[in-house]
Design a protein around this ligand. Sequence first.
Ligand code: SAH
Length: 356
Amino acid sequence: MDWREILYWLHEENERCLEDLWRRADTVRRRHVGNDVHLRGLLEISNHCVRRCWYCGLRRPHYGLKRYRMTESEIMDAVDHAMRVGCGTVVMQAGQDDGLREESISHLVRRIKAETRLAVTLSLGERSEADLAAWRQDGADRYLLRFETSNRALYKRIHPSLPGESSDRVAMLPYLRQLGYEVGSGMMVGVPGQTYEDLADDVELLGLLDLDMIGIGPYLPHPATPLAQRCAGLSAPSDRQVPNTEIMTDKVLALARVVCPLANIPSTTALATLNPFDGLEVGLMRGANVVMPNVTPIAYRSLYEIYPSKACVNETADALYERLRKRITATGRTIGTGRGDSPRRLLALQTSGPKG
Ligand code: SAH
């Protein structure tokens, strides 16, 4: 699918015409990654953050937010819980937290790999090359780092660099791949200032990056952030500004599936937050093949406030799993067993054949 066609679909609003896109994404999904829905336990291990991103409620200057960092035993209990509710992967996510020392993450990764059969995904922001290499050596399998928007000027504005560095997430992705991680990236949909053309560029970039995992969610304003407070000043002209709606996010999800047939793509929490009734199932029917139940202890969950009113903030992991199981099987899908490794990578390994 080329850029023009991507743009065409982003503008399409006729529900009957959109059926074609949903059908196409669902067919590609079934053919390339099958009917399994993989569960990844999302563990939000710290909400400290050194950055000042204009969109995120964890930003350092959000002084009203109570900060936490989970202890090793709290993390291992939650990992155990993730395993018991049927997850094949644990995703350790946090703000960009300098207090999470390289050694302590290394130690955790080694423990999880030694004591469980879970795949380990890290999503800890822009860490040094040495940290990323060390964690891979310790056995971390995957790294998630969304590029957020491919519009360089908008990115610079809403994701300010730290003093003395120049943030370039797109440039970090090949390094992650070179280290041997399965690589995930993606963007927000409907950020003030994001035009339809920008979003078409984003979708095209997903294909060029040849990702193993793709995370796409609607931008949800957090009142304590500059982007929510000064949104009017940043928005593109109304006919060019992408809306942060469920349908627009579903379109991007479906397009991502068509452009990256083999990627693992979650139906995200942000999508379920926009539509708690059936946002999750609809995402699964429009290209997604992964769900990420939140296994963070409830006491911390509401503090990991990247945006307000996140879905499932008060539900225990067991209740959530039961609900997910029912909802997933009701869409005619099966729950994946095992780690749900990247089909893109498995295919690449097969076609490259044994070395030597
Ligand atoms: N510190 C890590 C994890 C950040 S949270 C990192 O920077 O990669 C994970 C994702 O949540 C971000 O990449 C961003 O795409 C999304 N996010 C942050 N604020 C958001 C908001 N207000 N609305 C929707 N998504 C948001």
